[in-house]
Design a binder for this molecule. Structure first.
Ligand SMILES: NC(=O)c1ccc[n+]([C@@H]2O[C@H](COP(=O)([O-])OP(=O)(O)OC[C@H]3O[C@@H](n4cnc5c(N)ncnc54)[C@H](O)[C@@H]3O)[C@@H](O)[C@H]2O)c1
Length: 255
């Protein structure tokens, strides 16, 4: 890969952390942004020690416009511009649909949906007409729903519709915008599993076995996700845009 300037949100955990490590291992210069400062700094430091690229950590709350502007401006200073945004920051609280209150709804939309708009707009500004790549994290939930997390599913439907809209608007500027629907083992997934009863967990695992064409269990960040991110950021993916790319063992097949 040619040296790239990459900003990763959600870089303190899960797939964002894997993206920081994977891009640095591929020689990129990375700025990792997250609301969780200790974990984010540690991941960036570890990745830089491994090389051959390097990573810096810049704190950022993706739901807050001023925080996003400040963090992206600092990232552009550190990187000397921007080529790729990997926007992995997100939250996935659970709640029965009938019990979701307006504050919960607003908070998850602020982080997952408004955060996507704000970070994508900030990247678009930094691309400055020179083209770029945006990789957003949607979810299969945004396409087929998620009982017990209807507000989360609604935000991911918003991420998908936004992604497709800006792929059209910004395509003429040489910007590709794609969304992922991952099924990857991360702390977020561990928290979801931990919230299930033994009965729900057994049903969940049985359902994965039936719905997933390969493996029957969630994928690995480094082995299954990072290569897809590197491909979407590479010159060879310049004709791929507006897609929902499922990295999920075949759960979300178009039927
Ligand atoms: N794990 C899966 O299989 C799966 C499936 C579908 C979609 N996703 C989506 O993929 C993305 C990454 O998920 P993950 O499993 O790696 O989650 P994770 O919980 O391991 O990591 C999410 C990161 O986002 C950060 N974050 C949360 N709120 C933030 C904010 N306001 N500002 C900045 N950072 C913030 C957290 O601190 C954390 O480091 C999320 O958008 C998630 O919804 C994950």
């Amino acid at each position: 890969m040619t040296a790239q300037r990459v900003l990763v949100t959600g870089g303190a955990s899960g797939m964002g952390a894997g993206a920081v490590q994977g891009f640095v291992a591929a020689g990129a210069h990375v700025v990792s942004c997250d609301i969780t400062e200790d974990g984010g700094s540690a991941i960036a430091t570890e990745a830089t020690a491994q090389g051959p690229g390097e990573a810096h950590f810049v704190p950022c709350d993706v739901a807050d416009a001023a925080s996003v502007t400040a963090a992206f401006d600092r990232a552009a200073e550190l990187l000397g511009g921007l080529d790729v945004l990997v926007h992995a920051a997100g939250i996935a609280p659970g709640s029965a649909a009938a019990e979701i209150d307006p504050e919960q709804w607003d908070r998850i939309f602020a982080v997952n949906a408004r955060g996507t708009m704000l970070t994508n707009q900030a990247a678009h500004r930094l691309f400055a007409g020179a083209g770029g790549r945006i990789i957003n994290f949607a979810s299969g939930a945004g396409a087929h729903g998620y009982p017990g997390k209807a507000h989360y599913a609604a935000t991911k439907g918003a991420v998908l519709a936004w992604t497709r809209s800006i792929a059209h608007e910004w395509g003429p500027e040489g910007i590709t915008v794609n969304a992922l629907a991952p099924a990857i083992a991360t702390p977020m997934y561990a928290a979801t599993r931990a919230s299930m009863t033994a009965h729900q967990l057994a049903a969940h695992d049985a359902s994965l076995g039936e719905r997933m064409a390969v493996r029957g269990a969630l994928g690995d960040v480094r082995q299954d996700l990072v290569p897809v991110l590197l491909f979407l950021a590479s010159p060879g993916a310049g004709f791929v845009t507006g897609q929902l790319i499922a990295v999920d063992g075949g759960m979300l097949m178009v039927r």
